[in-house]
Design a protein around this ligand. Structure first.
Ligand SMILES: [Zn+2]
Length: 286
């Protein structure tokens, strides 16, 4: 039997595309460095709004299957081989935006029993034994029910896995420091006329924005910016990229961040200023 990679990173996301938008550079970097990068996506995003006119006939399960193909292509761009759907593809349905009738679908992720869903994730945690878990904050970054539920399930699974024998040493939430977001939108105002997008987004569109002091960790993904942009572009039903900005189906331009930011919420922060490695201090844990 071959030894598993020494460094193992687990990311929990709601829909295909969230991983590339939030963590594309981080995933590409750690995959390139030989770490095991495991992505668990909770739904296939089959209620996502489709951008390209020629693909708008894709809906429901057919869209879900198509988005699995986009996810596969995105993972190829990032060099990530281990990506899974929670409970298997299509097990949990996309819940749609908050407040829609879709939220009441008994098969949707929002209606899932948190402990049952967490049990699926515990299996992955006990198999992979990650030193680092990355997910969203309790608002799911921006309030989409599947993102909120992904947070709940990831945090619950970390607790259950600890009881079952694997305590994840470090847990991070995806963040954007307010100053970085503000700066990116100021620059957007200047370059927007040259971009193929109509309208500027606002900082409130960006998930996970917090005061700079809360940022514990920043991953410089400059070397992986192209891989991140390619991975985002692979999700063509959901995302249109014109670096260094992109739009979702709402057509509002948002920045592509190549440095990705995190807040450590469980575990020991490495001493000094911001960490530059999610695994800092975990060397003793294998
Ligand atoms: Zn999402």
């Amino acid at each position: 039997m071959t030894e598993p990679p020494a460094r193992r990173l687990l990311l929990v996301h709601a829909h295909p595309d969230d991983e590339s938008i939030n963590n594309g550079a981080t995933m590409a970097r750690y995959a390139a460095e030989g770490a095991l990068v495991t992505l668990v996506t909770c739904t296939l995003g089959e209620r996502g709004e489709v951008i390209p006119a020629e693909l708008q006939h894709l809906t429901g399960a057919v869209l879900g299957e198509y988005r699995l193909g986009e996810l596969t292509a995105a993972m190829r761009e990032l060099g990530v081989q281990d990506f899974r759907l929670l409970g298997g593809p299509g097990h949990y349905r996309d819940s749609g935006m908050m407040g829609l009738a879709d939220n009441d679908d008994p098969a949707c992720f929002w209606q899932a029993d948190v402990d049952e869903a967490a049990a699926q994730l515990v299996k992955v945690i006990l198999e992979v034994r990650p030193q680092v878990l990355v997910t969203y904050d309790e608002h799911g970054g921006y309030g989409h029910p599947d993102h909120i539920q992904a947070h709940r399930v990831a945090m619950r699974a970390a607790d259950l896995a600890a009881e079952a024998g694997w305590t994840i040493p470090k847990i991070y939430w995806n963040r954007v420091p307010r100053s970085v977001g503000e700066e990116a939108f100021e620059r957007l105002a200047e370059v927007l006329p040259g971009l193929p997008f109509d309208k500027p987004g606002v900082l409130d569109d960006v998930p996970g924005v917090v005061a700079d002091e809360r940022i514990t960790t920043e991953i410089d993904g400059t070397a992986y910016a192209a891989a991140k942009a390619a991975a985002m572009a692979a999700h063509a039903t959901q995302v249109t990229v014109a670096e260094p900005y992109f739009v979702l189906s709402n057509d509002l331009a948002q920045p592509v961040f190549t440095t990705e930011y995190y807040e450590l919420v469980r575990g020991e922060k490495a001493p000094g200023a911001r960490e530059t490695d999610l695994f800092a201090g975990t060397e003793a844990t294998s």
